[in-house]
Design a protein around this ligand. Structure first.
Ligand code: FAD
Length: 452
């Protein structure tokens, strides 16, 4: 049996960050990863001609200090998302092609969007990042869905449409799925709704040269043979001072501590002996993953740029509700990235691959004209079909989850420590949150080992 100080389950950014920190503190670490690659929700695929393209998480933005520090530390570079030209917005049956931040809508709709966003941002700023459940207004907000909050606080169809698209784009879920407290917690943890939805100055501002998976690849390279691939954990046997991680078809690994750096829903599927306390299990029963089908549609060149479009489009009625220019930094080939989110992902996943492709191309033609009908390549990933993600971008809380079981999200249980972007206090659901959680879990483990 392999024996180490700490076993890390999951070689996503969170697990790899925790492992790196522990190795730097002189600890003996083994990372076990189910897939035959590192990166988890970050994955590079190949464009025709060989360049990388991100099929999972990809953007970073200002305010994401932890991931930006890590990128710099690993010697990686970023480049700006293309945003010159007119963006397209379709709200409540009206199409607007606009430059700058604000779509051309009637003044009443704009005023309503502005007041609803202001209320949401003010509320989100009041939710404590570390303990959103420990706040006077928590229970009232947690007892309603985000859809209910929207219907109470946006007065116009456009206002409701704007917040609905924003929720789908940010959570890959429907507003009716989410607790309003979770939505506010998530928004507050990023510093406001604009930080989440904007390109310039927001979470979509920059991409990583060579693709985002390079973060995980560089971390894993430095860890060397401390990272073992193709090793899905099936069971965790623990006592207060010791843990044994079990696999279907390999000898177990014994350690003094374990960092479980997998999303809550997947952590809840492991067999624990003894069983985990009820609060922790109830929590993982109530934190489903969002659902997204991400498509990268490749053209010989970014033709929309010559036609005056930025490549950015949002719609409250087309299945591909969010589109960006995802062209590599050297400008070729042209790539449009389109997201089918929430209920649109449910519907798209039930189509045949050919019908789904046709649906996606129809939306791109609707936004950018007939040239969009003839891509040279079409790449798609349905993240709900990924056995070791089971959805994306991240987990969310159903109503009354945070206030009843929130404290179980991060609290260690015996030798078991929890990491992963869902356990972050800033930029939850983002790469930055994964890095934060890895640092925090490593500090916890190091302190526990030092005190033992
Ligand atoms: C399509 C898409 C777009 C996104 N866009 C962005 C974006 O633009 N910017 C951004 O910041 N974030 C984005 N995200 C979210 C971002 O990718 C994640 O927040 C981040 O990568 C999570 O890292 P993690 O280490 O917490 O979890 P994961 O990456 O999920 O890592 C968990 C690891 O555990 C492994 N694992 C699971 N079960 C087991 C098991 N039983 N045994 C062993 N290993 C196991 C998994 O294979 C995986 O490698 C996006 C995600 C997706 C999918």
């Amino acid at each position: 049996m392999h024996v180490v100080d700490t076993v890390v389950v999951g070689a996503g950014v969170a697990g790899l960050t925790a492992a790196r920190d522990l190795v730097r503190r002189g600890r003996d670490v083994l990372v076990v990863e189910a897939r035959d690659r590192v990166g988890g929700r970050l994955r590079n695929d190949e464009l025709p001609g060989g360049g990388p393209i991100e099929v999972g998480g990809q953007w970073v933005g200002p305010g994401q200090r932890r991931v930006l520090d890590l990128i710099a530390d690993l010697g990686l570079k970023t480049f700006p998302t293309h945003m010159a030209g007119r963006h397209i917005a379709e709200f409540a049956g009206r199409r607007s092609a606009y430059t700058g931040r604000i779509p051309r809508l009637n003044p009443l709709a704009l005023a309503d969007i502005a007041q609803a966003q202001l209320r949401l941002d003010r509320l989100a700023a009041r939710v404590p990042n570390a303990e959103p459940w420990a706040w006077d207004g928590a229970r009232r907000l947690d007892g309603q869905t985000f859809a209910t909050w929207i219907s109470r606080h946006a007065a116009t169809r456009s206002g409701r449409a704007f917040l609905t698209i924003a929720a789908q784009a940010v959570f890959a879920a429907e507003p009716a799925d989410l607790s309003a407290l979770w939505a506010c917690h998530y928004i507050g943890a990023a510093g406001g709704l604009d930080a989440l939805i904007e390109t310039r100055g927001g979470a979509q501002q920059d991409r990583i040269v060579g693709g985002s998976q390079r973060i995980a690849l560089a971390l894993a390279e430095a860890l060397g043979d401390r990272v073992v691939l193709g090793r899905p954990v099936t069971g965790v046997v623990w006592t207060p001072g010791d843990v044994r991680v079990e696999f279907a078809d390999a000898p177990p690994v014994r350690a003094r501590r374990a960092v479980l750096a997998v999303p809550p829903a997947l952590a809840g599927r492991l067999r624990y002996t003894p069983a985990l306390p009820g609060d922790r299990d109830q929590l993982t029963q109530r934190m489903p993953m969002g659902r997204v089908v991400k498509t990268n549609v490749v053209y010989a060149e970014p033709f929309w740029r010559r036609d005056g479009f930025s490549g950015q489009a949002n719609s409250d009625r087309r299945p591909v509700g969010t589109v960006f220019d995802n062209t590599p930094p050297d400008g070729a080939p042209g790539v449009l990235v389109g997201f089918l989110e929430g209920a649109h992902a449910d519907a798209a996943a039930r189509l045949s691959p050919a019908d789904r492709r046709e649906r996606v191309l129809a939306d791109l033609v609707h936004y950018f004209g007939p040239k969009a009908a003839d891509p040279v390549a079409y790449l798609e990933t349905d993240w709900a079909e990924e056995e070791y993600s089971r959805g994306c971008y991240g987990a969310f809380c159903a109503p009354s989850t945070l206030t009843r079981f929130g404290p179980a999200l991060r609290a260690p249980i015996g030798p078991l420590h929890w990491a992963g972007t869902e356990t972050a206090t800033r930029w939850i659901g983002y790469i930055d949150g994964a890095v934060e959680s890895g640092h925090r879990a490593a500090r916890e483990v190091d302190a526990a080992l030092a005190g033992a």
